[in-house]
Design a protein around this ligand. Structure first.
Ligand SMILES: Nc1ncnc2c1ncn2[C@@H]1O[C@H](COP(=O)(O)OP(=O)(O)OP(=O)(O)O)[C@@H](O)[C@H]1O
Ligand SMILES: [Mg+2]
Length: 244
């Protein structure tokens, strides 16, 4: 069974099509990185999979469950990080994590073990018990990463994971993504950071104006473009295909 199947996914906002028929299949142990210019449809795609937007047309099936038919079950398999990390200001980091764990029905025993593990991974200090309104952007991002992984999701959706992270945390996140892949998880990540795509992606997609223009691993994209460096590959494919 595929972990994620997207069939002919379309999204129209008012009179403009943000997504014009996206098809994609992902299996376990894949890291899919979606690249593309501003306004191409990356965030829209992730929000549709996370169930935050309803498709105008098309289907999304997660672990064999159609998101439209059984949204609660389909969403129980996924974890999502939006492009703007959000934590309620008047909650502490720990309260926020606890709140999300409750939504996903994480058992008390799993909660304690996994939280300790994740807090160590992301180097989260005693500030986790302070109100999140006092957090820097990167501190919020780290708490968000903990709540993302606490319920052990099979499908992890992340919109721009590296923005605002310091170099050390950014390395931690890259290593963690590779470890999750090795554990058989599936990651769907949107980013503008090409070096990150080169380093972690098993599959790269390039989207422009709501259409997936290319999909393949780095070797395939390199062959099609005749370039080696990820930035040259991206720019060559963009220039040849009117991607702006
Ligand atoms: N809520 C909305 N209402 C109207 N139009 C929207 C809405 N959300 C997105 N759009 C439009 O859909 C298109 C795709 O936007 P989206 O946010 O998916 O792009 P993106 O690829 O994530 O861009 P970026 O790289 O800047 O994050 C854009 O034309 C945008 O203006
Ligand atoms: Mg976006």
């Amino acid at each position: 069974m595929n972990r994620l199947v997207i069939k002919n996914l379309k999204k129209k906002f008012n009179n403009t099509w943000a997504l014009e028929g996206l098809n994609l299949q992902l299996n376990q142990g894949e890291i899919f990185v979606l690249l593309g210019p501003n306004g191409a449809g990356k965030t829209t795609t992730l929000k549709l999979i996370a169930g935050l937007l309803r498709p105008t047309e098309g289907e999304i099936v997660i672990e064999g469950t159609n998101l439209n038919d059984d949204p609660i079950k389909a969403k129980s398999y996924l974890g999502y990080v939006p492009d703007e990390p959000f934590i309620y200001n008047k909650l502490t980091g720990r309260e926020f994590i606890n709140f999300v764990a409750g939504i996903y029905n994480v058992s008390k025993q799993n909660y304690e073990t996994r939280l300790t593990e994740l807090m160590e991974t992301f180097d989260i200090g005693t500030w986790v018990d302070e109100l999140s309104e006092s957090y820097s952007h990167g501190m919020k991002q780290r708490v968000i990463m903990c709540q993302l992984l606490l319920h052990n999701p099979n499908l992890v959706l992340i919109d721009e994971p590296l923005v605002g992270l310091d170099p050390k945390t950014s390395k931690t996140v890259r290593e963690l993504f590779v470890r999750l892949k090795e554990e058989g998880k599936t990651l769907f990540i949107s980013t503008h950071t090409l070096s990150f795509a080169r380093e972690v992606a098993t599959k790269i997609g390039i989207i422009n104006r709501g259409e997936l223009k290319f999909i393949g691993d780095i070797e395939e994209l390199s062959r099609i473009s005749g370039k080696k460096d990820i930035e040259d590959i991206y720019l060559k494919l963009s220039a040849d295909n009117g991607i702006v």
